[in-house]
Design a binder for this molecule. Sequence first.
Ligand code: ADP
Length: 476
Amino acid sequence: MKNSLLIEKAYHNGSFVESDKTFEVINPSTLKSIGSLPDLTVKDCQKYIKTAHKAFKSWSTTPVGERCKIVRKLFNLINEHRVEMAEIMTLESGKPINESQTEVDYANSFMEWFAEEGKRAYGETIPSLAGNAHLQTIKQAVGVVAAITPWNFPLAMITRKVAPALVAGCTVVLKPASQTPFSAIALAKLADMAGLPKGVLNVITSKDSKGIGKELATSELIRKISFTGSTEVGRTLMEQAASTIKRISLELGGNAPFLVFNDADIDKAVTGAIAGKFRNTGQTCVSINRFYVQEAVYDEFCSKLTAAVKKLQVGDGLKKPTQVGPLINQAGLDKVKEHVEDAIAKGAKVETGGKAITGLFYEPTVLSNVSPDSLVAEEETFGPICALFKFKTEEEGIALANDTPFGLAAYFFSENVRQCFRVADQLEAGMVGINAGLISNASAPFGGVKQSGLGREGSKYGLEEYLEIKYLCFGD
Ligand code: ADP
């Protein structure tokens, strides 16, 4: 089976390039190599940055209608190649093929959204407080953008950055995760076919994330860095970016709570829990990490959730009807094992699962009676584990949910409308799912508070991240 978008090259200045030094990309389902890519260096990175910088002048002054047309064309091309794109994604990330298909379409929805929204970078006219001066604002591209993306959404985390950057008039150096770089190169191929001018998008592939990251974060030529990944790396990039006072957007770790109140529709809550927990084998930054269930409905929720989890099919993502794939790598699997063992040692009961299967696969697991001092309460597990905690009052539930340095997504279930408003107002999170386990949407602002990040992606706010406001004062 030949996939024409599986290209073993990096993308620089409109050309697909090779290198003597390469690294292999492993399929986490089979542990076999899919192919290899150039292992580029900091020196190469400097070249990529210069190229993007050179392309900035003409791209930022290309009429916005033209920029949006190219992004719209890219949207159409991704649509035409959605099956090939999904296959590449499953091969490199292990996610079930239907999830990859959903991600390709979700990723592409940012192309569609920003191809439209890019045309609406409105400025303002402002009344002058004194004299007859005319005051107005215009919006202009920030400059060269560095985008650093993770492996859990190999395409969507890229398009969320690249689409608004391109329509705003920015040029881009993209460094995808070394575990899942093929989706990024496939996107570059389609962008090339869409007629994106040379140097506007450059994709650097490398195993040296630290070195490349530092170069991107400290380069004088780069004016903005947009990162999705761990809080730890986000903190490092923020420190490094301070040296040149860059604009910065960070989508970092979460530790999402999921509250089930006594007034919840339990069947709906179970459906929401499965969707919000097991997508991508629990490896998303908005994955539910802590289940807080109110006393009166605890037993019912626990038994219905356990029954639903037992039905999940685990396996190779390319084989139907797989619903849950492998963990991304050994470190990911080890963390899941550590969290489960720690919870059990502190008194948790295994309702189902609780063991590794083979390779990088782990059983979908439900743990009840989990102690609040367990690792799973404090850190993101990033795996197929449901950890259930009990609470008594609404106040206590909210306090437990907020007891974390993170604040990306939070979810709760209740049929009581007054409770819905009360709880939504008090949860410390950038996004709240109310009777909903899946919340991501290109038209809505995605982002976190506290140590989960800075800025918003998607929506009209996602465009602003790539625009500067310039104030013009016309004297009287
Ligand atoms: P994850 O746990 O999802 O792998 P990381 O934050 O480690 O999260 O990785 C997200 C992205 O950041 C990846 O592209 C990775 O290669 C890159 N990365 C890792 N370490 C650094 C670093 N020190 N500086 C810049 N980028 C990094």
